[in-house]
Design a protein around this ligand. Structure first.
Ligand code: SF4
Length: 69
């Protein structure tokens, strides 16, 4: 799985950080998303999917197909 975030779309809601705190963080100054791990381990994939699903700004994009480990 490869994760990308669009900081221009992000509205700083923080839902992604609640869902997957090992993968997403927020900038201290304005709450905009920071990607901590663009290739999270399999154990985190479900949480990352959840984060992408709950993001109100659709700022999180996932690529699932490239790797099956
Ligand atoms: S859930 Fe979406 S809008 Fe909210 S901080 Fe995360 S990326 Fe930004």
């Amino acid at each position: 799985m490869r994760v990308t975030v669009d900081q221009d779309k992000c509205c700083g809601a923080g839902s992604c950080v609640l869902s997957a705190p090992d993968v997403f963080d927020q900038r201290d100054e304005d709450g905009i998303v920071v990607l901590l791990d663009a290739r999270p381990p399999a154990a985190l994939h479900e949480a990352v999917r959840e984060a992408a699903a709950v993001c109100p700004a659709a700022a999180i994009a996932l690529e699932e197909a490239t790797e099956r480990v």
